[in-house]
Design a protein around this ligand. Structure first.
Ligand code: T5A
Length: 221
């Protein structure tokens, strides 16, 4: 059985975390005969949780853009070694809240770092590991900002505090990535109600999961 990596991407407040949790329950309840791991970046490991707080806490000290890039890479390298690769090796399906596309969109387009540097950092962290499927929750940045404001508990993290123009550039980054990798990245209109978005997500996932299961069966026989 082959493990599979499914990533959930989008700007802050796009709704990906909620959809990931719903997908997780749906897959578990529907008995897809495959064990699952749900995880996230940054912060999918104990070490990663320390890095997450450095990355997301608003601080008086300004975090340099290249330092930010390297911290995301460090979180990812640890996450892949400790969580993702072992799960894939056991044939599990891994649902990951953010992965490499976030680095291209946020540090590349959002911060404006040179793409060569971003690519280098991603290559070093992943050693070439790529998602099998990426769901990109595309939401209007103003709507996403409103959702973040309305969210119970409120609060703004360091990246959210970078403002609307930053989120717009990041959205543009995801758009460019979706054009570049049309087979892997599937755009989901996240502007609709939660339930309507989930219907779309299931429509995308069902045929893929069936295909993966039949590929596994063919391998066994
Ligand atoms: N980052 C990350 C980088 O810069 N580079 C990288 O390489 C990586 C990996 C991580 C931050 O780090 C950055 C990106 C991020 O800024 P995070 O907390 O993991 O931070 O990411 P966020 O996007 O900030 O997570 P959020 O939880 O804020 O947003 P989600 O997951 O997109 O949205 P969700 O599901 O939590 O929903 C937000 C609110 O909206 C409501 C939900 O109920 C919730 O209240 N909502 C909806 N309301 C109406 N209709 C819908 N369809 C809704 N969907 C959700």
């Amino acid at each position: 059985m082959q493990g599979r990596l499914i990533t959930f991407e989008g700007i802050d407040g796009a709704g990906k975390t909620t959809q990931l949790q719903w997908v997780r329950s749906w897959l578990a309840d529907a008995g897809w005969a495959r064990s699952l791991v749900a995880t996230r970046e940054p912060g999918g490991t104990g070490i990663g949780r320390h890095l997450r707080s450095v990355l997301l806490q608003v601080n008086d000290e300004v975090l340099d853009d290249r330092a930010e890039l390297l911290l995301y890479a460090a979180d990812r390298a640890q996450h892949i070694a400790q969580v993702i690769e072992p799960a894939l090796a056991e044939g599990q399906w891994v649902l990951c809240d953010r992965f490499t596309d976030s680095t291209f969109a946020y540090q590349g387009l959002g911060r404006g770092l040179e793409m060569g540097l971003v690519e280098q950092s991603v290559r070093m962290a992943t050693q070439g590991l790529q998602p099998d499927l990426t769901l990109w929750f595309d939401v209007d940045p103003e709507m996403a900002a409103k959702r973040r404001q309305d969210r119970a508990g409120g609060g703004t993290d360091r990246l959210e505090a970078a403002g609307l123009a930053f989120q717009k550039r990041t959205r543009q980054g995801f758009q460019e990535l979706a054009t570049q990798f049309p087979g892997r990245i599937v755009q989901v209109d996240g502007n609709q109600e939660l339930e309507a978005v989930f219907v779309i997500v299931k429509e995308i996932l069902e045929p893929r999961l069936k295909q993966w299961l039949s590929e596994d069966l063919m391998e066994v026989s």
